[in-house]
Design a protein around this ligand. Structure first.
Ligand code: CO
Length: 296
């Protein structure tokens, strides 16, 4: 028996070798082995405002400058904006379309970077989408990077960046009101948390939401309580698009400017998106860097 095994072992080993080389040979022939190829996918809600597009162009330039060898793709989560742009012959992908395209183009490692402000409902939809592609196994690695506000360090850097956006002409007695988007999602708590930390440095800085606490009615009563006569209104959104133009600085009766002016507070507006400001862009880039670090 032992003698027979001694003769059999080399035969078994040879058979295994033949099988292994046959499978790898076949795999190579059918192209299942992929050369490592890393790509970046930047995901934002999107904008159809040509002026606001400058903010995204700024991020695009910064990402390409930081990782010149890695191809950069963009996806817009807003279907309405994508359809509006398609009518002007500008074709933007959804995250699913962009990831399918990257799979087809043989990317093996994909860094998906959210350009959202908080991990709200759009970010969670993106988490599901990335999870779907992960379970399909089309990429070796696919990782989603945090939005602007995730860690305490992000909060501190964001407070500094917000304070840095305040125009030099603003007097210390004047209030500064940042307009965030706001959401019904539990992550809305990031806005009042950020306001609390900003007020440790400047008690007349307020951060509200178009669609979440604190809303403009609350902010107006706080400004009255502190006998504020003048307020600076600044968007706290990646682009100074529709919300900034209409809901913040518009002349309609329900704009923040009209509501505060109606309460006897003189308003100045600043039209700039956070994606235009390097101090914010650097926070998103730091999250992208963390993701790419996992691919090393
Ligand atoms: Co909105």
């Amino acid at each position: 028996m032992k003698k027979m095994m001694n003769r059999l072992i080399p035969a078994i080993l040879a058979a295994i070798l033949v099988l292994v080389s046959a499978t790898t040979g076949a795999a190579a022939h059918h192209g299942t082995y992929k050369e490592p190829k890393t790509g970046i996918l930047l995901v934002t809600f999107g904008t159809s405002d040509p002026g606001a597009q400058a903010a995204f162009d700024n991020i695009d330039r910064k990402v390409k400058a930081a990782w010149p060898d890695i191809p950069v793709y963009w996806a817009y989560t807003s279907r309405i904006i994508r359809h509006k742009l398609a009518k002007q012959e500008k074709h933007l992908d959804s995250p699913a379309m962009a990831l399918a395209r990257m799979a087809d183009e043989q990317f093996t490692h994909v860094a998906v970077q959210s350009l959202h402000t908080i991990a709200g409902s759009e970010y969670h939809d993106l988490t599901k989408m990335v999870g779907g592609f992960k379970s399909m196994g089309v990429f070796n690695r696919i990782i989603l990077g945090y939005p602007l506000l995730a860690t305490q360090t992000d909060m501190e850097k964001t407070v500094d960046a917000l304070l840095g956006m305040i125009p030099g002409e603003r007097d210390k007695q004047e209030a500064v009101v940042f307009m965030g988007h706001g959401t019904h999602h539990p992550a809305n708590a990031f806005y009042p948390a950020l306001m609390f930390q900003a007020q440790q440095q400047d008690p007349l800085v307020f951060i509200g939401g178009v669609e979440g606490y604190p809303e403009i009615g609350e902010i107006r009563s706080w400004l009255k309580e502190k006998q504020v006569k003048t307020a600076w209104l600044i968007p706290f959104m990646s682009v100074a698009g529709d919300h900034a133009k209409n809901d913040m600085a518009g002349d309609e009766a329900d704009s923040w400017k009209s509501i505060l002016s109606g309460a006897g507070i003189e308003c100045h507006t600043v039209m700039k998106g956070t994606a235009e400001v390097d101090a914010f862009v650097n926070i998103w880039l730091s999250h992208l860097e963390e993701v790419l670090h996992h691919f090393d």
